[in-house]
Ligand binder design. Sequence first.
Ligand SMILES: O=c1ccn([C@@H]2O[C@H](COP(=O)(O)OP(=O)(O)O[C@H]3O[C@H](CO)[C@@H](O)[C@H](O)[C@H]3O)[C@@H](O)[C@H]2O)c(=O)[nH]1
Ligand SMILES: [Mn+2]
Length: 737
Amino acid sequence: MGTYNENTPLFETKRAKGRVIYRLFTVTLFMAICFIWAYRVLNIPRDGENGRWVWIGLLGAELWFGIYWILTQALRWNQLYRSTFKHRLSQRYHENELPGVDVFVCTADPRIEPPIMVINTVLSVMAYDYPSKKLSVYLSDDGGSDLTFYALLEASKFARHWIPYCRKFKVEPRSPTAYFVTIPSSQHHPNQIKELELIKKLYEEMKDRIENATKLGRIPEEARLKHKGFSQWDSSSSRREHDTILQILIDGKDTNATDVDGFTLPTLVYLAREKKAQYPHHFKAGAMNALIRVSSNISNGKIILNLDCDMYSNDSLSIWDALCFFTDEENGYEIAFVQFPQSFENVTKNDIYCSSLLVISNVEFHGMDGFGGPAYVGTGCFHRRDTLCGRKFTEDCKIEWKGNEDHIRLKSTEELEEETKPLASCTYEQNTQWGNEMGLKYGCPVEDIITGLSIQCNGWKSAYFNPKRKAFLGVAPTSLSQTLVQHKRWSEGDFQVLLSKYSPAWYANGKISLGLQLGYCCYCFWASTSLPTLYYTVIPSLCLMKGVALFPQVSSLWFLPFAYVISAKYIYSLAEFLLCGGTILGWWNDQRIWLYKRTSSYFFAFIDTILKRLGFTESGFVITAKVTDEDVSRRYEKEIMEFGDSSPMVTVLTTVAMLNLFCFAAVVKKVIVKETIIRLDELMSLQFLLCAVLVVINWPLYQGLFLRKDEGKLPSFLIVKSFVLALLACTSFTLLY
Ligand SMILES: O=c1ccn([C@@H]2O[C@H](COP(=O)(O)OP(=O)(O)O[C@H]3O[C@H](CO)[C@@H](O)[C@H](O)[C@H]3O)[C@@H](O)[C@H]2O)c(=O)[nH]1
Ligand SMILES: [Mn+2]
């Protein structure tokens, strides 16, 4: 058996099919883009002529779009697909020889990340199909909340029943909530039915206790008295000011810590790192680094899995998949992390906020993988501990995975806790390389992207694994404003990565492949695409109203490249979307959100980054809510747009929408009065088309402004505000031009 085993690979990679055809298509599109550029350059109105500056602006925008399009080709040029052979791995390794795996779950606020959701995630990973003594689960609570601690304490007791139940009946998924809503009732063994009822009852009781406590904002007195852990909270603790709270709720080394069947349980640890107002805590990156240190003293697993608190495990075998990459004798040693896609449980069929990241997950990350590996996106990612801590790649980095790290510990759990606590103090990192050369990087709202990039710059590869059965499922935002806020954080972060010392544009030069550099740039330039997009959605419409033509006539030969680029680009994008499993309406929604993100989130991200550079603002981390109230939820299910708080971002959207409506109406009026019918379809057809499409795609905004009566509509003062702003823009353009 042994000899046969050592030579067979544990994973396989395949290049995408149809690459030659795709590349040819790309070349034709690129040529057409060059013609568009040529048209703009050759036809610039002369000095003093009407529309010179508008034209030059348009040239700038089209140059940018063309260049950006080239960048996006890097993500499509060389796609790679992977599959694993888990059974070979389990043949090759004895249970005792498997590496330890430490799972880090991060939470930060019990009001928008409900404790019951958090422990469902925790339970789903505790129930992984992996030897318990090799598995440890750490919950980092940046909210420093005793409610979360209470929930975790409850979960530690429930786990004693839940894990054996999962093991016995091989259930999937292993997040209790998700499991109870999906159980197929018919195919159960009579034995299971009884146990199912029992476990369900236990779960419901626990859930009630936790939800009651969360609702009241207070722990039941008897529970508080029963567990000494609560004594670490006193009247002065708050989320911004408290000492380190570290509790090993289940110590895997403790022979008494067993489930109801008498088997060892995985280690379970609660950590609220020390917080003091005068020390920056660096958000999730700070939490992760504290976890890295604390875990190194407790379980020190060679593999670290990082999850956001809403991302439960949907496949109990994912650890095996990840290990196939790391332990493959031939190619595994250069892989630093294995990223799974971010998938979401709550997306609706046509995904109105395009939160399922369909194309990114099913196309673009495979493209990055073809050039050296995907980015790290913060959740659903397995890391090697040493590379996360800053180890550089050298050819002799081959790590020996096999080995029994099972030493006997002489210290008691309490001693271990006390000894470990200082590792999570505010001052620990002073004068160290943490947040810089070690651990996750500080100072960037997308700590994940910048950290992953720096690991790749250290010479490592990463792997993207996108299995059929989703490995992790999370909660996507359910309102427009939340989506915009999330994307503002992402695009701002990515833009900062571009300007940082780890910039994919210069620092990464020569350290990672050119394709990967361009791939990263695609995301890093999100923020800057806002300017040309805003220009394109405003100026041509205003010119249309004024009667200034900016595009070639239908009868001109120059019309052809425009027609080709527009149709080829959109037909391709629709095909790609459908191939990823989307719907036609979903694609249309995707185009809308594409526009909204670019004209609001990215625009504000751009401005904020500049302000931050000049020292005016500090960037923070606005946590995405994972709860939705019932009313909002109902509208979300029906795919009715929910606008949420009316932020300045939404004002930009409504103003642009209103402006296009004005321009469109003005032109239609002229046509009706028969003034310009001929000029319109001759000279201004494309411009008219652009304006009309903008009006059509903005339909939900007009509905939200004028037609809807429900709570999710836009506030009426926004009608006035955007009306005045749009009117102002139209009149000043008419007067000044
Ligand atoms: O001070 C903080 C702030 C956030 N978090 C946790 O970070 C995670 C991500 O926050 P969320 O609000 O859900 O942001 P998303 O935009 O959904 O997250 C994506 O983008 C982030 C970077 O912007 C990454 O950190 C995440 O891992 C990635 O999933 C959550 O579990 C939070 O509890 C902390 O632990 N401490
Ligand atoms: Mn999230």
